[in-house]
Design a protein around this ligand. Structure first.
Ligand SMILES: [Zn+2]
Length: 216
C-alpha cells in the first residue's frame, strides 16, 4: 500500500469527507499537544510509519477525532498548525511551530536524563552536593566549566551511565571564562563534547585549545 493510501485508510473514517484524502486533510489541525514516549515504540497513526518516539496530536475540526502522528507526517501532508489563540497558521508558521515544539521535546528529554544521572550519582556518592547542582541547573539550564569537570569525574569514578552531550556549559561570565583559562589541555579535551560549536570556536580563537592538537 502506498503512503497516501495508508493515510487515506486511517484518516477518512475519522473525517467528514469520506473519499478525497486532500479534502479530508484540510479538516485537520496540529493542536500543539505532543508527547515523548522516551523510546521509539509507537507507529504513526496516519501513515503507519514505525519507530515513533515523539508524538504530535492532530484533530479534526468537524468530528473532533484526534490522532497521534509523527512530525514528518504533519509537514508531508501539509496539516496546518494552530497558534495559542486557535488561529490557523500558514505553511511557514506551521513548520516553525513544529520545529520549535520538537526542539523542546528533545531538550526536555536531555534535561530529564541529566537529572536522572545526578540522582543516581547522589545514591552512590554520599558527598555529592546534589541540591546545589539541581538548583543551578534549574536557574541557568547549564553548568560552569568547573562544575562539569567535577561532574564528569564523579560520574566516571562512580560508574554512573551518562552522556556528556547532555550537559550545557555556560561561559558568559568572566569567572566562567577564567575557569577555562585555568584548565589543562586534558581537562578541556574532556569538556569538548559538552560545548556548542560556537563555544569550541571560542576556545580556538582564544588559543585555549586547538582541535589539531587533540590527538596528541
Ligand atoms: Zn506518519
Amino acid at each position: 500500500m502506498s503512503w497516501a493510501s495508508r493515510a487515506a485508510a486511517n484518516i477518512l473514517p475519522l473525517s467528514r469527507e469520506k473519499n478525497d484524502l486532500a479534502v479530508a486533510l484540510h479538516e485537520w489541525r496540529y493542536t500543539g499537544d505532543y508527547n515523548d514516549l522516551e523510546a521509539p515504540i509507537e507507529t504513526c497513526k496516519l501513515c503507519d510509519h514505525l519507530d515513533i518516539r515523539y508524538q504530535f496530536e492532530i484533530q479534526n475540526l468537524h468530528t473532533a477525532e484526534t490522532l497521534l502522528v509523527g512530525s514528518e507526517c504533519i509537514n508531508r501532508f501539509n496539516i496546518a498548525a494552530t497558534d495559542e489563540e486557535g488561529r490557523t497558521l500558514d505553511a511557514d508558521g506551521t513548520r516553525r511551530k513544529l520545529a520549535k515544539d520538537r526542539r523542546k521535546l528533545v531538550d526536555d528529554a536531555r534535561r530529564r536524563r541529566l537529572v536522572k544521572a545526578l540522582v543516581a550519582l547522589a545514591h552512590v556518592d554520599k558527598e555529592f552536593p546534589i541540591h546545589s547542582f539541581i538548583d543551578y541547573l534549574h536557574k541557568r539550564d547549564a553548568f560552569t566549566p568547573r562544575q562539569v569537570t567535577t561532574l564528569l569525574w564523579r560520574f566516571d569514578t562512580s560508574g554512573i551511565d551518562h552522556n556528556p552531550r547532555d550537559f550545557k556549559i555556560t561561559i558568559k561570565r568572566g569567572r566562567e571564562k577564567a575557569q577555562l583559562e585555568e584548565m589543562s589541555d586534558w581537562q578541556l579535551k574532556r569538556l569538548l563534547p559538552c560545548l556548542s560549536p560556537s563555544q569550541r570556536a571560542y576556545l580556538e580563537r582564544e588559543g585555549l585549545y586547538l582541535a589539531s592538537h587533540s590527538s596528541t
